[in-house]
Design a protein around this ligand. Structure first.
Ligand SMILES: [Zn+2]
Ligand SMILES: [Zn+2]
Length: 293
């Protein structure tokens, strides 16, 4: 797959595609009537597809981002993973197909050992897939051996007990996130944190309590990598639409509006984890829309 790279001042951001699945709109946005999708299916044909049974569906990408800034090499999220690194999630969400993040990284001129920071936008199972690798099902080690892994302590608190992590119906936590703590590579933070002079992570809660976004600010240009703050271009306009897996829909909606207001007023490029490509916010007849870059 060709790499899409965006330059923001002196920062280089490359999309690393891990996987893609189709999920019906009726399942991902159960409160949105089917006819409400019509203008968006027309406007953004690449963002949608139909399942074998003919249901309009989101093309749900699992994208990670390679970010180079001031001599540092960062990875944003680690995708779905593989049968080795995240077996239950790859079986349940990925249709049993391994993600390709490591191959994408190599094709982009990188190696796992080059990554010095893995920034996890949040600790949902589809964003932490490549965190840890195993040999023969044991001897786990960080997939990115020279990296510190950064996440928000509120997500750690939300999922650290097996009971809470079972809400998805399968275990992922013990295979992907809690090993980071045992291996001594996890840094939990509790608020806005500067990663380099050009990169800051900022809390954007609601989808999960500890969700965060990466703010890139370099040479007078800005970009926001917003994790799961919204799920596809339609939600740039329809900020009240509730995504099924938002833990606190009210806070998630307020965060979405705040971040899109900010992206618009600061003319920032934007990206999320489940839609492919960079975009920006434009206005037509008073309404806000996603426009691909
Ligand atoms: Zn999520
Ligand atoms: Zn997600």
């Amino acid at each position: 797959m060709p790499h899409s790279t965006l330059t923001v001042g002196n920062v280089e951001i490359t999309i690393l595609h891990d996987a893609e699945v189709a999920l019906p709109c009726s399942r991902t946005f159960p409160d949105v009537p089917p006819e409400a999708w019509t203008p968006y299916l027309k406007r953004y044909p690449d963002a949608y597809t139909k399942t074998a049974s003919g249901d309009d569906s989101l093309r749900v990408h699992f994208e990670c981002y390679l970010v180079r800034s001031q001599g540092r090499t960062l990875l944003v999220d680690t995708g779905l993973g593989s049968a080795n690194s995240n077996p239950n999630v790859v079986a349940n969400i990925g249709g049993g197909v391994d993600g390709v993040l490591l191959k994408e990284l190599e094709a982009a001129g990188g190696q796992a050992g080059d990554i010095d920071t893995v920034f996890l936008t949040h600790l949902h199972p589809d964003h932490v897939g490549w965190n840890v690798s195993r040999i023969d099902g044991k001897n786990e080690s960080p997939t990115f051996p020279n990296a510190r892994y950064v996440a928000h302590e509120d997500d750690w608190a939300a999922y650290e007990t097996p009971r809470d992590s079972e809400i998805f119906g399968y275990d992922w936590w013990l295979q992907t996130v809690s090993p980071l703590h045992r291996l001594g590579v996890l840094d939990l933070i509790d608020g806005e944190t500067e990663l380099t002079g050009e990169l800051t992570v900022t809390p954007t809660p609601g989808h999960t309590p500890g969700s965060m976004s990466l703010i890139i600010n370099s040479g007078g240009e800005k970009a926001f990598i917003m994790g799961d703050v919204f799920h596809g271009p339609a939600q740039v306009t329809e900020t009240d639409w509730v995504f099924h897996y938002d833990m606190d829909p009210e806070i998630a909606g307020a965060t979405r509006r705040k971040m899109l207001d900010r992206a618009e007023s600061e003319t920032a490029a934007i990206a999320i984890c489940h839609h492919s490509g960079f975009g920006r916010v434009i206005r037509e007849s008073g309404k806000r829309y996603w426009q691909a870059l």
